[in-house]
Design a protein. Structure first.
Length: 524
């Protein structure tokens, strides 16, 4: 058995070598593209292969921070892998090399199997492998020069008492050199890693996005009626910065509009390819549409309302003429994500948009720049394809979009929901008159009634604020004479078909949560 201090040093060498390797790979990925970074590629592979429930758990626990959590987790896993590789180098350099090769191979496979990856996507992983091998070799050699003396056996005071043995000064020097080596490798990893991220960010499409001039809509944007905002409810329009973001992209695709194309093909009479210039010349309309994520829990905030500017999808479909059997419209993004919407829904007259604008600005990169789909009444996972580059008319029996084999329904109409925004769950308020307020949504059907119940009391109608269409959420408020004690407030909505939101609680999978939102408040 090698002494404990030597094992520790070897583990440290392994981790430092992995850090230097990953940093170098990030730097190379500035040129070969963000998703060729082994770290992001492996993370993305995890996203695509973990079972649905694990991912639901990730979204439930980390919400929109799920990506940071995933990257942190991947880094921790890597450290737990790198440490034993470093230790292996103590006994057998071959074994350590095998470990590094496996690490390189995983990165390679992950990067090369990304959608639309070319061979250059493998370069960062190979560079990482070479850097890992060289760094580990150097650090192992340095570590060996410290191991020759009793100092290596772990007395930390030994260096300060160089008189205790003749070879101590040189061992202490060796140890210092090793620590400097580890520090240098780690620092190189951090500098190249962070530098790579920053440089990569500069290569992003922010400049191209800033240069986009949105065309005016052919009809003026709908005017928001006065009183649309109920006091105490979430802002009726969700700002771009506040809008929830959910997708599988660890790094949003960076698409330069000048090279962007949308191909509409499959079971159609007249296939069509649109360039950015051609798209901009088409008549556009502006519509408020409330998007909702199927992963939104009852009372959750994966829902937002924005003014979208875009080309009506129905007009594009009239042009390409889908064959009657083509019951599914599959949208595909630049990074290979897919979703499938019923063709009939897109042609039933609703304002489904191929959108390029969000609240008067070009789409933010995280929300699909340069173009995305927005379909009133369908959950995002079956309709709202961001970074869209392809529309294929096909049949539900012929193609399963991304989330379907992962346990989600092929059909995803939005369920009627209502949420209490004020008061917040678990808060305390004063006795007397006060407001209960929130939002309710039943896109494309519309909300006609919202009712409130306090404790076991009667259901009472809340007052509904006006809204612009059945495609947006509506705000509601209710005057509550709060009496001292602990109270539970419940909300439920009814849609324009007369269908009341069900009280039955179901989980988000496979097609959206149901149940009534409630909050508990203490009145003093
Ligand atoms: N390319 C791509 N588009 C996507 C997704 C995705 O993972 N990749 N996720 C969808 C889901 S599940 C939702 S709820 C909406 C969310 O849109 P937002 O991030 O703009 O709010 O985008 C949809 N579009
Ligand atoms: Mo979603």
């Amino acid at each position: 058995m090698p002494p404990r201090a030597a094992v520790l040093r070897a583990a440290l060498a392994g981790i430092a070598a992995a850090g230097a390797a990953l940093g170098a790979a990030e730097l190379v990925a500035v040129w070969t593209g963000p998703m060729s970074s082994p770290l992001l590629a492996v993370g993305a592979l995890v996203v695509d292969t973990v079972p649905g429930p694990v991912k639901d758990f990730g979204i439930a626990v980390f919400g929109t921070h799920d990506k940071t959590a995933l990257i942190t987790g991947t880094l921790l896993l890597l450290a737990t892998y790198a440490a034993p590789v470093g230790i292996a180098a103590l006994r057998s350099w071959r074994l350590a090399l095998a470990g590094i090769t496996l690490f390189t191979a995983i990165g390679l496979v992950a990067a090369l199997t990304r959608h639309a990856a070319d061979l250059t996507a493998g370069i960062p992983s190979i560079v990482a492998g070479v850097v890992a091998a060289i760094t580990l070799r150097l650090l192992t050699t340095l570590a060996a020069s410290t191991a020759a003396s009793p100092v290596a056996l772990g007395s930390s005071h030994a260096a300060e008492t160089p008189m205790s043995a003749p070879d101590l000064p040189s061992a202490a020097r060796g140890r210092r050199r090793f620590l400097i080596g580890v520090g240098a490798a780690a620092a190189a990893g951090i500098v190249t890693g962070v530098g790579g991220r920053l440089l990569g960010g500069r290569r992003a499409v922010t400049a191209a996005r800033a240069a986009v001039v949105l065309p005016p809509p052919v009809q003026p944007a709908p005017t928001i009626p006065p009183g649309v905002q109920a006091e105490g409810a979430t802002a009726w329009v969700t700002s771009n910065a506040e809008f929830y973001r959910i997708d599988t992209a660890l790094y949003p695709p960076q698409i330069d509009p000048s090279t962007w194309q949308l191909r509409i093909h499959g079971m159609v009479r007249n296939p069509l390819t649109l360039t950015w210039e051609q798209l901009l010349r088409r008549p556009m309309i502006a519509r408020y549409v409330t998007l909702a994520c199927v992963s939104n829990e009852v009372g959750g905030n994966l829902v937002g309302n924005a003014l979208w500017l875009g080309v009506p999808v129905r007009e594009l479909l009239d042009e390409v003429q889908p064959l009657p059997e083509a019951d599914q419209l599959v949208s595909r993004s630049a990074d290979g994500w897919t979703c499938g919407s019923p063709t009939a829904v897109l042609r039933d007259g609703r304002d489904a948009l191929l959108a390029i604008g969000m609240n008067g600005r070009p789409l933010p990169v995280g929300h699909g720049f340069p173009a995305r789909m927005v379909v009133p009444g369908l959950y995002g996972y079956v309709s709202a394809c961001k970074w869209i580059t392809e529309i294929e008319l096909t049949r539900f029996t012929d193609f399963d979009a991304y989330w379907v084999p992962r346990g989600w329904s092929a059909q995803g109409p939005i369920k009627t929901q209502s949420r209490i925004d004020t008061p917040r769950d678990g808060t305390t308020r004063k006795a007397g008159a006060g407001t209960v307020a929130g939002v309710a949504w039943a896109q494309h059907r519309g909300v006609t009634r919202v009712e409130i119940q306090v404790d076991a009391g009667p259901w009472t109608e809340a007052s509904l604020a006006p809204t612009v269409s059945a495609d947006t959420w509506v705000q509601w408020s209710y005057r509550w004479e709060a009496t001292r004690g602990s109270h539970t407030i419940r909300v439920r909505a009814t849609d324009a078909d007369g269908e009341m939101q069900t009280s039955q609680q179901t989980p988000v999978a496979p097609n959206g949560a149901t149940g009534w939102h409630s909050v508990r408040v203490t009145v003093e």
